[in-house]
Design a protein around this ligand. Structure first.
Ligand code: AMP
Ligand code: TRP
Length: 337
């Protein structure tokens, strides 16, 4: 019997996302679209990393608004509060508490090797604060509190997962098995979406050219306009080939949305011009996002429901994470209340 229970116990998957902007079509096709199916195979935890976001200066009003919007979007892409723990990081004080403790088990030299710290301190050279430096300790706390087995993240977060594993192993080495040592899960078939304005660069939230980035809440007419003005090449044929970055990107998007492979797309558009193709890709994206946007508008019109869900999420997250925190506090020698 106990063997069976063990076998049936699902592994835990956990991921957090920063509320620094409305997610893009790249975030959606590369990550979020796949998250809802995780709910069938894993015990899932998703959170909004608002504590992390203030390592870069935020406008308070905008931060509040973006946090609500992101929470509504997570529900709209299919994350279900009855299947997943869905919380806002600052509502769960255990993150800050374990974050501090882990600061004391992380070496200055380790943090100093983080490429994200180097990049961000160059981008924000007027505000190189210590939170930016110790960011990975808080991220390790996010993950280790829940004893997560896998952490779905983009390739840029791989180094942060490695330091999390190092911190967990160091702590376990001193105190016994306290933390599950997590694995990064970097999706292989998550589409890599490039900017529509410069298809040699990744579609990004922080792109200063708004024409290149499709946001999940863009109106259909805006989406169509962005696709119609997508940069392509001077050829005429819709085919996937080296040097045709713009067309390759549009084919990747079309394929990710419709499920058609590149051969099928090439035959569908044989003899047709780029204009027809761009229009078709735009329409496919509009159709894909339509149900997401419809739900998003419904959720945004019902703040009481959203609040109820994030309050419930915080309660469950606190309860689960307190178990780990209690263990840690006992191990390091803190007195019980
Ligand atoms: P970020 O926007 O960099 O915080 O990334 C959040 C998630 O979306 C990560 O899993 C990224 O790998 C993914 N992501 C971000 N931009 C893209 C893109 N242009 N194409 C595919 N995935 C992306
Ligand atoms: N650092 C991640 C990013 O910028 C966000 C994040 C914070 C996170 N805590 C996490 C991701 C825990 C996975 C697990 O994208």
């Amino acid at each position: 019997m106990s063997e069976e229970i063990k076998k049936e116990r699902k592994k835990r998957s956990l991921s957090l996302i920063q509320p620094t902007s409305i997610p893009t079509l790249g975030n959606y096709l590369g990550a979020m679209k796949g998250w809802s199916s995780f709910q069938n195979d894993y015990d899932t935890v998703f959170g909004i990393a608002d504590l992390h976001s203030i390592t870069v200066r935020q406008d308070p009003k905008k931060l509040r608004q973006q946090t609500i919007e992101l929470y509504a979007l997570l529900l709209s892409v299919g994350l279900d509060p009855d299947k997943s723990i869905l919380f806002i990081q600052s509502h769960v004080p255990q993150h800050s508490q374990l974050g501090w403790i882990l600061n004391c088990y992380t070496m200055f030299g380790e943090l100093n090797r983080m490429t994200q710290f180097k990049d961000k301190s160059q981008q924000h050279s007027d505000n190189v604060n210590s939170g930016l430096f110790t960011y990975p300790c808080l991220m390790a706390a996010d993950i280790l509190l829940y004893q997560a087995d896998i952490v779905p993240v983009g390739a840029d977060q791989k180094q942060h997962l490695e330091i999390t594993r190092d911190i967990a192993e160091r702590f376990n080495g001193i105190y016994g098995n306290v933390f599950t040592v997590p694995e990064a899960y970097i999706p292989k078939n998550g589409a890599r979406v490039m900017s529509l304005a410069d298809p040699t660069r990744k579609m990004s939230k922080s792109d200063p050219n708004p024409k290149g980035t499709v946001y999940l809440t863009d109106e259909p007419s805006v989406i169509m306009k962005k696709f119609k003005s997508a940069v392509t090449d001077s050829e005429m044929s819709v085919r996937y080939a080296e040097g045709k970055d713009g067309i390759n990107n549009l084919m990747t998007i079309y394929s990710a949305v419709t499920g058609k492979d590149f051969d099928a797309i090439e035959s569908e558009f044989a003899g047709k011009g780029y204009g027809d193709f761009k229009k078709a890709v735009g329409e496919a994206v509009v159709a894909e996002l339509e149900p997401v946007q419809k739900k998003y508008n419904e959720y945004m019109a019902d703040k009481a429901y959203l609040q109820e869900q994030w309050t419930k999420g915080a309660e469950i997250a606190s309860k689960v994470s307190q178990r780990t925190l209690d263990k840690v506090m006992k191990k390091v020698g803190f007195l019980q209340k």
